[in-house]
Design a protein around this ligand. Sequence first.
Ligand code: DAH
Length: 339
Amino acid sequence: MKEQLEKIRREALAALEEAQVLDRLNDVRVTYLGKKGELTQLLKGLRDVAPEDRPAVGQLVNETREALEKALEERKRFLQEKAQEMRLESEVIDVTLPAKKRQMGHRHPNQIAQEEVERIFVGMGYEVVEGPEVEYDYYNFEALNIPKNHPARDEQDTFYINDNVVLRTQTSSVQAHVMETRKPPIRIIAPGRVYRSDEVDATHSPSFHQIEGLVIDKKITFADLKGTLAEFSRELFGPDTKVKFRPHHFPFTEPSAEVDVSCFKCGGKGCRFCKGSGWIEILGCGMVHPRVLEMSGIDPNEYTGFAFGVGLERIALLKYEIDDMRLLYENDVRFLKQF
Ligand code: DAH
């Protein structure tokens, strides 16, 4: 019996030694220590042992069982550690690898230009307001002294929702909204998208942006208009910028003017950029027509005002020296990233 015990012990230990994975350990446990295991079977044979020898043999069996259990535990711990080590090794992260870069977006040149213009006028005490892009014919034309069949409508053909509703052709449409809902003094700019049924080319698009300005108060004169736009131009294009007011016609202003700034490339001498003239046209403006004030409920005998409208794309193209407007709408990040 003693020899049998020795044999079981030797075999079991060898089996443990061979077990390379945790699952195998359980097989070993069942084979040797389980209910039908070899050691248990051997115990059943104890009754054949002479009574005086039983305690010694019993003790031997117990010792063997304890030794096997201990060996099993050790092997288990060893295999667990090994498995853990292998897992850690396979999950190693190389912190020296270059990181994945997240592509950051970029503000659009239009947006940069708009924020620049807003910054300048907010600095002069203006409020930034918005108006609807889908607009009543009344606000886009009528209230601006452009009645039906007025020739000025020809230049601003647009997209019609119905006879009374259009996609606005100019941010001047915000003027009457503001005058109807506020009392002077009024000092606002209104940036936003406008529409015209124009073909796409290097300088035209059926959808572009403008920024409207409107000031109404007592005793506002053309001198205020000139001073304001001269200051705006210097802020936008540099302190040496000069402005020139050329007489023009807009139905909603009287008198009206177009404003040129001295070329910020050549300083006014004439270059390719300003097509040799030394001047670059940037906006339209004028004193608000008394009829426009009146239609929106402001007494022209008490108040006067000025207005101006500037094309945002025009500013962006000039400022960043972009020669084709279409580039602004393609949204190619390689292009946009430059500004
Ligand atoms: N709305 C005009 C346009 O789209 C621009 C303009 C000219 C706006 C003169 C004004 C202004 O407020 O006084 O061509």
